[in-house]
Design a protein around this ligand. Structure first.
Ligand code: HEM
Ligand code: HEM
Length: 179
């Protein structure tokens, strides 16, 4: 069990699988968003990439909840973050978590209030409504913008891990999560 859980000198297997698995899925999610934003409506690549956006987005929403529960269960054992930079890193991670929860939640709330209904893996989650609940639907307006802010924060996070920690300070930060 010991290697599954986190410890002060490294992240355990479960946290690492969550971290790298979700990083890969988020990359695919941003690829679909970028295709929607950058390619013409008739483009077949855009169609293909966009076709999985809501399913993958809902999967990411469920995964981040599980990851958060696992993170909280391991919070007292995780690698410590000391000093000002450490506290800033901690705040950065909390912000990443918040956005990973908020971005899909906004769209799910708007689907709950919409007239089209919403299904996930063939299971109906929200039935189609005859009349839209406007205040619920309006939550979706912030989804795209906050999604791109999350993408920028992830770029900053990757730069800190690779350039600052691995190349400049040459410390163990990247190894603790890489395994
Ligand atoms: C979608 C992409 C990513 C997201 C959302 C993300 C998010 C996070 C979060 C929330 C943590 C805190 C530990 C945890 O709860 O899992 C973390 C840790 C870490 N991540 Fe990422 N990450 C991403 C991609 C990457 C990539 C590509 C790298 C490196 C090339 C990286 C390097 C690290 C390192 C080194 C840590 C440990 C930091 C420390 O102990 O202070 N991450 N990441
Ligand atoms: C972590 C999960 C998610 C991320 C990172 C994400 C990211 C994004 C981004 C960046 C855009 C903007 C694309 C553009 O500029 O054209 C977007 C648009 C969109 N997303 Fe997501 N998304 C996620 C989850 C979801 C979920 C769960 C749903 C549906 C239930 C969804 C439905 C949509 C729709 C319909 C749009 C089109 C624009 C709009 O109506 O606002 N997304 N997404």
């Amino acid at each position: 069990m010991a290697h599954l859980s986190d410890s002060p000198d490294r992240y355990g297997l479960v946290s690492r699988v969550f971290h790298w698995g979700m990083a890969t899925l988020l990359a695919a999610q941003f690829l679909s968003a970028a295709a929607r934003w950058g390619l013409d409506r008739e483009n077949a690549v855009r169609e293909t990439l966009w076709s999985y956006h809501t399913t993958l987005g809902t999967t990411l929403f469920l995964l981040v909840l599980l990851r958060g529960v696992w993170g909280l269960a391991n919070i007292s054992r995780r690698p410590p973050h000391s000093g000002r930079m450490g506290q800033a890193a901690k705040l950065g991670h909390i912000a990443l978590y918040l956005l990973m929860v908020i971005v899909p939640t906004l769209k799910l709330l708007s689907a709950a209030g919409g007239t089209r209904g919403f299904s996930y893996l063939g299971i109906q989650i929200f039935p189609a409504r005859e009349v839209e609940i406007a205040w619920l639907s309006s939550f979706g307006e912030w989804h795209g913008e906050l999604g791109w802010i999350l993408a920028l924060m992830i770029i900053g996070h990757i730069a800190m891990a690779t350039v600052w920690h691995h190349l400049i300070r040459r410390d163990d930060t990247l190894r603790r999560i890489a395994g």
